[in-house]
Write a protein that binds this ligand. Structure first.
Ligand code: LMR
Length: 404
């Protein structure tokens, strides 16, 4: 039966962890998978999560299934942090939310929902998260890449992006990243978001926002602008929301699909399809992560603790960006990569070929994605200069000076 199946290559991001773990060099640096790392290169459990977990363990007296829609209070909590309380779509009952296994589970449901709805093509800016195309492709949807990132400036080719967006029609979906673009760190400004919404209203395509890093760019409020602005002005919208990074719940697979319909009846229809697709694939949502998120968002004290820890992570990430940008400025690269200091969230894209990233690993024990993406969380005061010199050497063949 399986004789003709070929062996597939490992996932370009997930395989980075295996390579890093297998590297025996003590000076190795992990700039790979998108997880937060503290000053000791450890991914900590947030204090609010640990407290919520204690409460959940004390209270939980059964492992019977959760309701298909998710943990009690979870959808309401996600709706409040993602969209706020004063969005008309929420007040009008046009917003339906279903708990999913991580943000990726939400993307999978969205893909199937689009296929059922007659979507012809999912359009994405170049580059995008390496799993976007496979997820939508697996749903049987065509995908198309359009310009987005400008590698020369480290910013956005907004004119090129918008020119293509203006050609989209009602059978198209435009995938937009929430704050902290993965893999480039280059986010749309609020003005650009507003312009994009005008075009979406004019052209009639469906926007879908993948929000995986809410709160890690500038703040929950500022990062949430893209979600609130689209949700306020668009008649229909899909959002995949992940709690992996902003609650540090990676392995607990905690996410949600947020569906805005043109009226309450359509929201109910969308929800029924999301539940049906879930039933056909994984049947029931996992409990533990969502129970903790619900616990945090139901308690003023735990929510305040979570917000302040999230803000600490956000500012630590920013500080590491600055550290790296300063260190790069002291190499022959000068300010040519200064944008690394200004990007949002965990990622920036270094202008490297896969071969150059392999040399970073082989020659300098610096682990990063073959695309040139780095997770800046791996940068610290004691490795920033070495990293910057390695980047300069690889990009400009500058001989690396060993630190004293
Ligand atoms: C990443 O982009 O590194 C993370 O979102 C983890 C993943 O699943 O790829």
């Amino acid at each position: 039966m399986f004789a003709t199946l070929p062996l597939l290559p490992a996932d370009p991001i997930l395989d980075l962890g295996r390579l890093f773990d297998a590297d025996p060099r003590p000076e190795k640096v992990n700039l790979g998978i998108g997880v937060y790392l503290d000053d000791t290169a450890h991914t900590p459990i947030m204090r609010a999560v640990a407290e919520a977990e204690t409460i959940v363990r004390r209270r939980e007296n059964s492992k019977a299934y959760l309701p298909p829609k998710g943990a009690p209070g979870y959808a309401e909590g996600i709706e409040r942090i993602a969209l706020g309380s004063d969005i008309a779509a929420v007040a009008e009952g046009r917003c339906a939310i279903v708990q999913t296994p991580g943000g990726c589970g939400a993307l999978g449901i969205a893909g199937a929902l689009m296929k059922r709805s007659g979507v012809e093509c999912v359009v994405m800016g170049t580059p995008t998260w390496s799993n976007h195309k496979p997820v939508f492709g697996a749903a049987g949807l065509a995908t198309r890449m359009i310009p987005y990132y400008d590698a020369d400036t480290g910013g956005i080719d907004f004119a090129g992006f918008i020119a293509e967006v203006k050609t989209l029609g009602p059978k198209d979906v435009l995938l937009i990243h929430g704050a902290c673009h993965n893999p480039t760190g280059a986010d749309l400004s609020h003005e650009q978001i507003d312009e994009l919404i005008d075009i979406a209203l004019d052209r009639g395509f469906l926007p879908m926002i993948d929000s995986a890093y809410h709160g890690l760019g500038e703040s929950l409020d500022t990062d949430g602008y893209v979600l609130r602005a689209f949700a306020s002005r668009l008649p229909e919208l899909l959002i995949s929301y992940s709690c992996s990074k902003n609650f540090g719940l990676y392995r607990e697979r905690t996410g949600a699909i947020i569906m805005i319909g043109k009226d309450a009846d359509h929201a109910a229809i969308l929800q029924s399809h999301a539940l049906d697709i879930a039933r056909q694939t994984y049947s029931m949502p996992p409990a533990h992560g969502a129970l903790m998120v619900s616990e945090i968002l139901a308690s003023d004290e735990l929510e305040a603790m979570w917000r302040s820890e999230l803000a600490e992570m956000q500012s630590a990430i920013r500080a590491r960006r600055r550290l790296f940008a300063d260190a790069l400025a002291h190499t022959p690269l000068g300010n040519s990569l200064a944008w690394v200091g200004d990007h949002n969230g965990m990622f920036s894209l270094l202008p490297m070929t896969p071969e150059q990233t392999r040399r970073m690993r082989d020659e300098f024990a610096i682990h990063m994605a073959a695309s040139g993406r780095i997770n800046v969380c791996g940068i610290r005061a004691d490795n920033a200069e070495r990293l910057a010199r390695a980047v300069a050497q690889i990009l400009s063949s500058e001989p690396v000076m060993q630190s004293a």
